[in-house]
Design a protein around this ligand. Structure first.
Ligand code: COA
Length: 280
């Protein structure tokens, strides 16, 4: 097995579509839900912000960074293959991604940290803010959803996040989508272990329920994941109502930039499901 050079260190490079088989191997080895389509979406969405370290002819570690304008970026897919851990690969990739984001002049950087990732992020200046949880359930076998218009509400999403995520939503909506004009929208997509619900942004719990029910009704009886912020009590109640239970606990962390511009304000009370840990 290749020994990482102590002095030179591992050299991150941009991910390419030809890396897809390695990338799927990597996320599957960690027990994550991503499929090839998820990696492809990231590479196409932000080709200059997807980084990997290649050793022994394979990508064995990754980190991705998405900029939502200059005020906010999101880090995700911090993964090292089990056979290559504790050699500084994740640290090298994070430092590379953060340097790239600094070059872009991005102010605030957020991420959703697993217990394994948290010490690394703390050492790089990230501070924990709040919990974020993955809930899971098998959708009811006989669930009837309303027929709602297809699409998303980019302006409402911007009001919920304080930044434009339109490009992300355009890519994610290729899965499934429902909208209620000016009131809310919900997206879903397939995954390796379960369908992934989210994002779901809605002004009221009633709208969120209509949207989420419509999504679940597309794949009744199937396994679903739903990433939510426990701070949104209405989202928790809704998840319980549909039989979801918490499976994974992560922590949302932030690193401020140099200019000290105020952080984009997230309206957690409108965020019923996040887009996924890699997107925020
Ligand atoms: C978290 C993970 C990416 C770390 O990858 P890695 O390449 O082994 O990390 P590094 O060798 O660069 O270590 C970086 C730091 O992480 C911490 N760390 C890494 N592995 C650790 C472990 N098993 N236990 C405790 N801390 C650990 C240490 O603080 C280490 O700092 P050090 O340089 O002072 O030792 C890897 O364990 C992994 O893929 N885990 C599963 C997926 C996951 O949880 N990813 C994080 C998503 S937020």
């Amino acid at each position: 097995m290749f020994e990482v050079e102590r002095h030179c260190g591992p050299t991150p490079r941009r991910l390419r579509e030809t890396d897809l088989p390695d990338l799927v191997t990597l996320s599957t080895a960690a027990g994550w839900n991503q499929i090839e389509q998820d990696w492809l979406r990231l590479i196409r969405l932000v080709p200059e912000g997807c980084f990997g370290v290649e050793l022994d002819g394979h990508i064995v570690a990754t980190t991705t960074a998405i900029c939502y304008g200059r005020d906010l970026a999101w880090i995700g897919m911090v993964l090292t293959h089990p056979a290559y851990r504790r050699r500084g690969l994740a640290r090298a990739l994070m430092e590379h991604a953060l340097a790239w984001l600094d070059q872009q002049g991005v102010e605030w950087i957020g991420l959703d940290a697993t217990e394994m990732g948290e010490p690394l992020y703390r050492s790089l200046g990230f501070e924990a803010e709040e919990s974020i949880e993955r809930w899971a359930a098998q959708a009811p076998g006989h669930i009837a959803g309303e027929v709602l218009p297809v699409g998303f509400e980019a302006e409402l999403d911007e009001q919920a996040y304080g930044v434009s995520r339109r490009v992300l939503l355009e890519h994610l909506a290729a899965g499934g989508s429902y909208r209620i004009r000016n009131v809310g929208y919900a997206l879903w997509r397939p995954g390796r272990l379960a369908y992934a619900l989210g994002p779901c942004i809605a002004r009221t719990p009633e709208a969120a329920e209509r949207l989420i029910r419509a999504c679940l009704a597309c794949r009744p009886g199937e396994n679903w994941f739903w990433d939510l912020l426990p701070a949104n009590v209405a989202a928790v109640e809704l998840a319980r109502h549909y039989g979801f239970t918490p499976r994974r606990h992560l922590v949302r962390m932030w690193r401020p930039g140099r200019a000290m511009r105020p952080r984009p304000r997230f309206r957690n009370e409108w965020i019923y499901a996040t887009a996924g840990f890699e997107y925020g």
